[in-house]
Design a protein around this ligand. Sequence first.
Ligand SMILES: Nc1nc2c(c(=O)[nH]1)N[C@H]1C(S)=C(S)[C@@H](COP(=O)(O)O)O[C@H]1N2
Ligand SMILES: [Mo]
Length: 377
Amino acid sequence: MQSTPVKRPGMIVHEQEPYNAEPPRAALAEHVITPVETFYGRNHGTIPRLDATSWRLRIDGLVEQPVELSLDELQTRFAHHEVTATLQCAGNRRAGLMAYRDIPGQHPWGAGATSTAVWRGVRLADVLTAAGLAPGATDIAFEAPDIAPEAEPTQAYGGSIPTIKATAPEVLLAWEMNGEPLSTAHGAPVRVVVPGFIGARSVKWVERITAQDRPSQNFFQQGAYRLLPADTDTERIQAGDGVALGPVALNSEILTPDDGEHLAAGPVVVTGYAFAGDDREVVRVDVTADGGATWVQADLEAQPSPWSWRFWHTSLHVPAGPVQITARAWDSTAAVQPEHPATVWNPKGYINNSWPTVTVTVVADNDLRDAESPEGS
Ligand SMILES: Nc1nc2c(c(=O)[nH]1)N[C@H]1C(S)=C(S)[C@@H](COP(=O)(O)O)O[C@H]1N2
Ligand SMILES: [Mo]
């Protein structure tokens, strides 16, 4: 049975079926914890509606004893934990790469293929301990029942993360999002949440967890979500080519003002997010309105958790006329975002973390009044 996600009006829908949509910049800027109705949706196949009563989670592979758990057993046998975490699709900001060089057949995601929620569930580590990891279990693979037609051969969705990450305390099997039961669209009854890794590893509707001695052989681990060299012959890509994406790279975006906005003269308030994956932290965001001749340091807002993005804001004096506003974030390893999309362009369009820019037009007071009021008044 098909189910359409409940989302706010104004979502930018890249595809209706399967549902792929992101919130506009201004909507994302409203709350540091993204309301569920605003949270982006990324689906490779039709959203499955699973029956929570008959749902079972199987843990098998390189374990001392395979385990099968009902939702009730999962919720009563293990301690509950809450983690505020940002999910970020590897395709977030792909439109910026496409503007430099086209990427056929992929969604042109803007700034909004990323959102933050409070997730509640049990630690994957605790469930793996119950099954007992056997020696040699280097990777933990996830399987879901949704069929992804784009996969070759056609197959259900899956992926894996290294055991070292799977046993870290922040990785959850979650059934709650922002204090509400997880919705069907976001993975009910239970999804994996892998904070700091690309969204693709946070497998929704998870039914099977397998400990193994190699990464998942699923299409979404071996064929998609891999970083390929810019000069790859895309007709000849083979499973395993390139590098599997895991921890997300340092990134940021400008959320307000919006690209193309007309603004009144006076200080321009600029806001946005910055996010550093895995165990890195955003330590600084700089903003320029003069092509990088001078930069001002933005004020960093409180970070809801080490696994979430960080909102930032600043105020700039800019001259009348069209102006480009550009930001760049720095992380705790002193890494800074690369300047140009050309530096990071890749054939599948993943991880565009080049400097975000919006172009706005600052209108002298009189011009704005003329533009807004009906003629002759
Ligand atoms: N079963 C399943 N899990 C999935 C996906 C999917 O298509 N099927 N998409 C992945 C991708 S690519 C991302 S970015 C996130 C998006 O999660 P959301 O739809 O809750 O925002 O889910 C991941 N988990
Ligand atoms: Mo994704």
